[in-house]
Design a protein around this ligand. Structure first.
Ligand SMILES: [Zn+2]
Ligand SMILES: [Zn+2]
Length: 243
């Protein structure tokens, strides 16, 4: 465990040398490894297959990430399984018409946008019963790295590196704030984050200014991709779904 924590620290340090949220980098890498392992080693793992069935497959992001990774046979086996589950639910389902004068019937009749009570149970059964396994992996590993980062935030060098990387993305910042357990760390995190956001905002100001025709002749500098970094800062990196 100590060795694992030690290695997490160095992984966080390495990720901080890149631009963008270090937790996004690390979580995305961990999910790639998880999906790779799933396709090439764990397709027939009964526990994992049951979890994937219960999750009714993968979220949109991770389904298409898997598709791009290849491994067609593994994906066929996994999705055949999920498809069979969904098909059986639909075959066994029935239309549960509410009693003629029931409140449910009146409410459904009054609003087209209201979900029909008669099919509510089928809809609930067809829906994922647990989170996408890759999303779950992503959240668990993010917590490990966030805890490591918080543990070492008293280190000025690490804090500077976090600021230069652009801070955490907003979803990982919110999670970090949930994990903080003391005020000193809270202050250190907030200061580094506000400083990072302040400089990103200045870059956005500069980018917007240079898009004005009066200043269009000025060459674009590092702020050229600030709009894209701002999107990652607020919504996490591409391929790191949060909600
Ligand atoms: Zn992030
Ligand atoms: Zn997912």
């Amino acid at each position: 465990m100590a060795a694992q924590k030690h290695s997490a620290y160095f992984e966080v340090r390495d990720a901080l040398a890149k631009r963008g949220c270090p937790i996004c980098w690390l979580a995305a890498r961990s999910v790639r490894r998880f999906l790779d392992g799933l396709l090439y080693e764990n397709v027939n793992d009964p526990g994992l297959r049951a979890a994937i069935r219960a999750a009714r497959g993968f979220c949109n992001t991770h389904a298409w990430q898997l598709q791009a990774m290849g491994g067609a046979l593994g994906l066929a086996i996994i999705h055949r399984d999920v498809l069979t589950t969904e098909m059986e639910i639909l075959e066994k389902s029935r239309y549960r018409a509410p009693a003629p004068l029931s409140l449910q019937r009146v409410q459904t009749a009054l609003s087209d946008s209201r979900p029909a009570a008669a099919t509510a149970e089928t809809v609930a059964q067809l829906a994922p019963q647990r989170p996408c396994q890759a999303c779950q992996q992503q959240r668990q590993i993010a917590d490990v790295y966030l805890s490591t980062l918080l543990e070492h935030l008293s280190d000025i060098e690490l804090r500077d590196a976090l600021r230069s990387a652009g801070g955490l993305c907003a979803p990982h910042l919110r999670r970090a704030l949930q994990l903080v357990r003391d005020e000193v760390t809270y202050q250190a995190l907030c200061e580094a984050q506000v400083a990072a956001w302040r400089s990103l905002k200045a870059e956005l100001d500069e980018f917007i200014r240079k898009n004005d025709y009066r200043f269009a002749s000025e060459p674009m500098g590092e702020e050229g991709d600030s709009w894209s970094r701002a999107m990652a800062a607020l919504s996490a990196m591409q391929g790191v779904p949060w909600e």
